[in-house]
Design a protein around this ligand. Structure first.
Ligand code: ADP
Ligand code: ZN
Length: 612
């Protein structure tokens, strides 16, 4: 038996957002709010946190106050709520006079349901006394990890939230975050002084994301190849350094891809322009440092490529989590190299010197970095490894959505032979050369340096000539990762470890090596709960995207505010014929059905007439 309150919530979610079901933990999060119990809700990026604090106030009297750290986030959510017909407003330093008037009017009218404010507001006397006279029914704190010094985005203003709590007697606090560490969660509870809070940690797995990890041999080419798997779709490419951001963006543009750069070194104006172009689907790819992403709620990012290794698994979850918020299949590709570990180590050491961080902070960062490296090197299901990092387990044997389970990484027949050949060559070269050189010798390169050194006389010369040089390089990297080879000195010369020496001498078998990666199949079928490719009329989907673009441009909002891709795909699968069919489609709420129903129904009718 479903309780009347649950029924009301279901109805509201259905009527306003067009969702027929709640996602994991959303019900519990809403229950905490409705039963007036403080809560801390931890859901991964894209897990659906906003709905948790937006829906309950629609079935109660009064209004709710939402604290959010970023103006772009507030704007986005208010735009979306408005489009769904929910009276909402945001007050922050970038308000236009019209926005301010609108907000003031809503606040006076008593119709207001959700008010977003930045934490800085909370010290303004005028606003505080207004709050005293018109107390909200609850307080939601988005990105609550900002309150913690141990989080990745500490904002001291968040500490003042506690004062607000004292001021508004009896109000309940509901904190939301995607943070994974126990320490930060503890800190949130303490700093906000949550009373007997309901701790709700949702499943961290994102079944619609397909994870791949590859060793990097040619960043530009590998990125291009992945981008081309998603023509005309939105994607984010992360690079560690600004210079690489610029280069990759230019490279992609030269290849005819609508790519724009984003990093902290660009003029504010250009950064905002590039971000907007991406959000509005005017550019397909944004190439960025990690400076990009916070405050972007774009739901239809189809892929996130890391062309360099992120600094921790937690960062990786956060950054890759920006793919596929709408629940549709999306790809997360990570290209890594051992050199990334060195790059991050240098960055940490430098910032340690500058900020005077303690040794233990540096150690903690390095530990997380090594965790990330281990993830890259491992050959176990990526979904399992990632949720495992956050202390969760997956039941399924195979996820069907990672390079390991898709059998893209398979051990190679005859790896014993290959492994031994590589190690013998390193010994023959007196352990005095780097990976590139060793690979050249094994491939039988006729480069002058090799001939001058008379290394064409070695037994190992050309021993792996029938393989691609880049595969030989990859095997060398694998042997380093497996501990058979070590790199030393300024020139990163390859030396044999004890195990490596034993293999080279024939005392031990060589380890299993992975075969060269085959070309990625076009589409992995993840367990995403949306219409499959077979049901969707792709031509109609493209047509609806165009219509959405036109509607969005005439209204000056991002296209996804009209409908997200998941909803368009539902429409392109079900092809509703009349308003009531239209309203029944997942993701269509009443307000949007009224506003956009005719336009979309017309487009669908026309398509059916033309194509049959
Ligand atoms: P988070 O803040 O946790 O990163 P969001 O609140 O932005 O995630 O939600 C991610 C996406 O999921 C949004 O596009 C939202 O429309 C969608 N969503 C949320 N809840 C549901 C639901 N119950 N059914 C279908 N889609 C949902
Ligand atoms: Zn898997």
């Amino acid at each position: 038996m479903i309780s009347p309150l649950h029924q009301q919530i279901n109805d509201a979610v259905h009527k306003v957002w067009g969702y027929k079901t709640l996602r994991p933990m959303q019900r519990e999060a809403m229950d905490a709010i409705l039963t007036k119990r403080d809560s801390l809700v931890v859901l991964p990026t894209g897990g659906g946190k906003s709905l948790c604090f937006q829906a309950p106030v629609l079935v109660t009297e009064g209004w709710a106050l939402v604290i959010s750290p970023l103006i772009s986030l507030m704007k986005d959510q208010v735009d979306a709520l408005e489009a769904d017909g929910v009276p909402a407003a945001a007050i922050h330093s970038a308000n236009t006079p019209e926005e301010r008037d609108r907000a003031a009017k809503l606040m006076r009218s008593g119709k207001l349901k959700l008010l977003y404010v930045s934490p800085e507001r909370l010290v303004q006397q005028k606003f505080l006394s207004w709050l005293n006279r018109h107390p909200p029914v609850y307080l939601a704190i988005d990105e609550a990890h900002c309150i913690s010094m141990w989080g990745h985005d500490f904002r001291p203003e968040y500490r003042r939230l506690r004062e607000l709590k004292d001021r508004l007697k009896g109000i309940t606090l509901h904190a939301f975050t995607a943070t994974a560490t126990e320490r930060v969660r503890q800190d949130i509870v303490e700093q906000l002084d949550l009373k007997d809070p309901s701790l709700l940690v949702g499943p961290f797995d994102r079944p619609n994301l397909t994870y791949r990890v590859r060793r990097r041999h040619d960043a530009q080419q590998q990125v291009l190849e992945a981008v081309r798997r998603h023509p005309g779709r939105a994607g984010i490419v992360y690079r560690i350094r600004r210079k690489d951001v610029e280069e990759t963006a230019a490279f992609l543009r030269k290849k005819g891809i609508k790519a724009l750069p984003y990093h902290a070194g660009l003029e504010e104006e250009e950064r905002v322009e590039n971000q907007d172009a991406f959000v509005r689907d005017e550019a397909d790819v944004i190439v960025a440092t990690v400076a990009f992403g916070m405050g972007i709620d774009k739901p239809d990012v189809r892929y996130v490529i890391h062309a360099g290794m992120p600094q921790s698994v937690e960062h990786y979850m956060q950054e890759s989590g920006r793919a596929g918020r709408d629940g549709l299949d999306s790809e997360c590709l990570l290209l890594y190299s051992d050199a990334d570990v060195a790059t991050w180590t240098r960055i940490f050491e430098r910032s340690n010197g500058e900020n005077g961080d303690s040794e233990s902070q540096l150690e903690a960062k390095l530990e997380q970095l090594y965790g990330m490296r281990d993830y890259c090197r491992s050959v176990t299901c990526r979904h399992k490894a990632l949720v495992g990092y956050f202390g969760q387990e997956l039941d399924e044997e195979e996820c069907g959505a990672c390079d390991v389970c898709l059998k893209e990484l398979e051990t190679m027949d005859g790896s014993d032979e290959v492994g031994r050949t590589v190690l013998e060559a390193v010994r023959e070269l007196d352990e005095r050369f780097g990976a590139h050189y060793v690979a050249q010798v094994l491939s039988g390169s006729t480069e002058s340096r090799i001939l001058e050194n008379r290394h064409d006389q070695l037994t190992g010369y050309g021993a792996l000539a029938e393989h691609r040089m880049r595969d030989v390089r990859d095997w060398i990297e694998q042997l380093v990762e497996l501990g058979y080879l070590e790199r030393t000195g300024e020139f990163r010369v390859l030396e044999l470890s004890t195990a490596g020496r034993n293999v080279a001498r024939g005392l031990e078998p060589a380890p299993d090596l992975l075969a060269p990666v085959k070309k990625v199949r076009k589409r992995a079928t993840s367990k995403a709960t949306v219409p499959g490719t077979s049901e969707v009329d792709e031509a109609l989907f493209e047509r609806l995207r165009n219509l959405r673009m036109r509607l969005a441009q005439s209204r000056g909002v991002p296209p996804y505010i009209i409908f997200n891709d998941a909803t368009l795909r539902e429409l392109a699968a079900h092809k509703p014929e009349n308003p009531s069919h239209f309203l029944a489609v997942k993701g269509v709420g009443q307000r949007k059905a009224q506003q956009f129903g005719e336009a979309f129904l017309d487009e669908i009718r026309q398509h059916v007439r033309e194509v049959g």
